[in-house]
Design a protein around this ligand. Structure first.
Ligand code: MSK
Length: 668
């Protein structure tokens, strides 16, 4: 059957064009392998146990389902619930470790910069430095005579760097940022005993508890999942976001372009791919260096195009407006254009196959991180070190420039690219809604209370080759917008939205219900707010906290008419993110499927019982329309509980009106 007669593999025309080129050139991509290799059905159910050498013990659900007592056990007697819970917990541990190890390196570089040991990095956002220092109980003023005067910025930064770094190795007590959460949430965590002690400790404890013959109580395992995931969301990831903002500058709304059409035939094209902005920030500087531009010209190129891929793309977009070449499933395809002179990678979401694809073209894959090397293909390793960061970045850029004359294949760059606005943080949303002098979330809350905005959704996460590329992301987001739900996004969902034109203020008129469109047009914001990379999901936690603190919508994140989703997730990091949203009180729904279906009792605990404990719960819907329906039902449930379900009309409700509504509700 011809390629065009099959179900399309993507909703993105640029991706389809490149898949056609790949087929013509007989290059195997992840899209092909997803067709030929079927997933293991026992692993999919979460009930394959391979944590000791007596297995793997495979406990699939019987075809007819469970009749009577569930007697399935592994060799040691482990039940499907224990096995699925252990597998789930190990995903949380891996995800939390990945985000947090990113955060650790940021904290190390931050400290080196504060101490003046890393000349290429400096403190850029001193206002945020002071704010974050206060959260770490660091004095920001000193006594001079009888006056309190601001403390030396460098001293504050050094103390913050030391205290932040100590969050990884802390053995007792609580992570500092736990107190950033609404008081009711903090008190609940305290009561449940799930406030993380130290980041590394919680991850290690999952690995211990899930070792053969240790924790055999799925509820107790989930408790540790919450602790480790909270250590990710409210510590590892949040520290990464905050220190990156202080080092590189906090993002503000900025224009950028997205999709493979940002590459240029006549310039040196460099793609930075992965997650840590420490490297990409320096490559941005190096690619603008006059010496580099001159070298590019001497090789016959008309300049240097630097574009991002995956979350590194979000980082360089948010702070510099650098273009994005594509999201996770487009990494092989970028190379297939024949126009990428170097793909520079660091950590996470880098497919091993890019090295093989690169051998069919001239593209150099440059690995830069000692934790992530590649064996196959034409890769070079240029280790990136913060003590001579710019020098290393220039070496990498030079490698790309010198490779420009080696282009050999036919070049095909799809025309597709779209404009977008990114760079929203919980602070900049505050500013946009309330203005410089009265920055506040109150106008947002008022519009939720009066019903112009029905609720808030966080839609985030990866692409997954088992589902049509970007399709579930876009269907879900459009359904939510149509129903007046404002969307906060990060990661590969943000990029899918960008490619589809949803990240512009003009999208409000085209895609939103009347109420949401009215608000977005009045404020001049897109209806989908791009808040950054995977670690920046911590910005969504802070935005949710700011909404609670602005008042009128309950006392806790779990009271908000809000829901979270990852329609095309694939990475273990997504499971950690999901768990920290659930443990923060958010109804969180995933597409694709969760590997828990083989353990119905454990699944019921995650999908139902957990809500009565932490206020948030897990859910799954493969169909994005079904997913939207479930999210809207949850949002409406919360609106009802708040007594604002009858307020979906065009009136601004003052306190008196809200009280009246609540009384009417009680009387009904
Ligand atoms: S890059 S973790 S595929 S969002 Fe952060 Fe995209 Fe998921 Fe990687």
């Amino acid at each position: 059957m011809a390629e065009t007669e099959k179900t399309p593999k993507s909703v993105d025309p640029a991706t389809l064009k490149m898949l056609e080129k790949a087929a013509q050139e007989k290059i195997s991509t992840i899209f092909d392998r997803a067709e030929t290799m079927k997933p293991c059905n026992i692993g999919e159910q979460g009930t394959c146990c391979k944590i000791c050498a007596q297995g793997p013990c495979r406990l699939p659900l019987p075809k007819k389902g469970i009749e009577g007592e569930d007697t399935r056990v592994g060799l040691c007697g482990a039940t499907p619930n224990t096995i699925a819970a252990r597998n789930f917990a190990r995903m949380v541990a891996a995800g939390a470790a990945a985000h947090s190890d990113h955060g650790r390196v940021v904290a190390e570089v931050f400290l080196a910069a504060a101490r003046g040991e890393s000349k290429d990095y400096t403190i850029k956002d001193t206002k945020k430095l002071v704010q974050v220092a206060k959260d770490f109980d660091i004095p920001v003023t000193v006594k001079e005579g009888d006056k309190e005067v601001p403390r030396d910025t460098r001293e504050i930064a050094v103390e913050l760097g030391e205290k932040a770094l100590a969050e990884w190795g802390r053995q007792e007590g609580e992570i500092y940022f736990a107190k950033r959460a609404p008081k009711a949430r903090y008190d609940l965590w305290k009561k449940l005993g799930i406030i993380p002690r130290g980041i590394d400790r919680e991850v290690v404890e999952i690995m211990h508890r899930t070792h053969m013959g240790v924790d055999q109580d799925y509820e107790n395992i989930v408790k540790q999942c919450s602790r480790a995931a909270l250590a990710d969301g409210w510590a590892g990831s949040m520290i990464a976001t905050e220190l990156q903002d202080i080092l590189f500058g906090s993002p503000v709304p900025i224009h950028g372009e997205i999709n493979l059409g940002v590459l240029k035939k006549d310039t040196v094209n460099i793609i930075v791919h992965g997650h840590e902005p420490l490297l990409s920030e320096m490559i941005v500087v190096a690619s603008r260096d006059p010496e580099m531009l001159k070298l590019a010209e001497s090789k016959g190129a008309k300049g240097i195009t630097l574009a991002g891929m995956c979350c590194t793309a979000n980082e360089v977009l948010m702070r510099h407006g650098m273009p994005i070449a594509g999201n996770y499933l487009q990494q092989e395809l970028a190379i297939i254009t024949g126009a990428v002179d170097a793909m520079v990678v660091d950590v996470q979401c880098i497919m091993e196959n890019i090295a093989n694809v690169a051998t069919c073209y001239h593209t150099k894959i440059v690995t830069t991180n000692p934790r992530a090397k590649m064996k196959s293909g034409q890769t070079v390793h240029i280790e990136f070190n913060e003590h001579h960061a710019l020098e290393d970045a220039k070496k990498i850029v030079r490698t790309a420039i010198e490779n420009f004359p080696n282009r050999k294949a036919e070049i095909l760059i799809p025309d597709e690219k779209k404009m977008m606005v990114a760079g929203f943080t919980f602070e900049s949303i505050n500013y946009h809604l309330g203005g410089t002098y009265r920055g506040s979330y109150v106008p947002l809350n008022d519009n939720i209370i009066n019903g112009r905005i029905r609720g808030i959704a966080g839609v985030v996460g990866c692409n997954n080759a088992r589902t049509m590329h970007d399709s579930a992301h876009l269907t879900l987001v459009k359904e939510l917008l149509k129903n007046d739900v404002i969307v906060l996004t990060t990661g590969c969902n943000a990029m899918a939205c960008g490619k589809a034109g949803l990240l512009t203020p003009e999208a409000a008129k085209e895609f939103c219900g009347g109420g949401l469109a009215e608000v977005c047009e009045a404020v001049g914001i897109p209806p989908v707010l791009h808040m950054g990379s995977c670690v920046d999901n911590s910005r969504i936690l802070m935005a949710a906290t700011a909404v609670v603190k602005a008042g009128g919508l309950g006392n806790d994140i779990s009271d908000l008419p809000a829901a979270g989703a990852a329609p095309e997730w694939m990475s273990e990091k997504a499971i950690s993110i999901g768990q920290y949203f659930v443990a923060s009180g958010v109804y969180t729904i995933f597409g694709v499927g969760l590997p828990v279906t083989g353990a119905p009792v454990f699944q019921d605990y995650l999908f139902n019982k957990l809500e009565g404990i932490v206020g948030g719960k897990w859910d799954v819907a493969v169909d994005p329309y079904e997913m939207a329906k479930k999210m809207l039902a949850h949002i409406d449930k919360k609106r009802k509980a708040l007594g604002i379900d009858k307020a979906r009309e065009r009136v601004l409700f003052d306190m008196e009106a809200r009280r009246k509504l609540a009384e009417e509700e009680a009387a009904a």
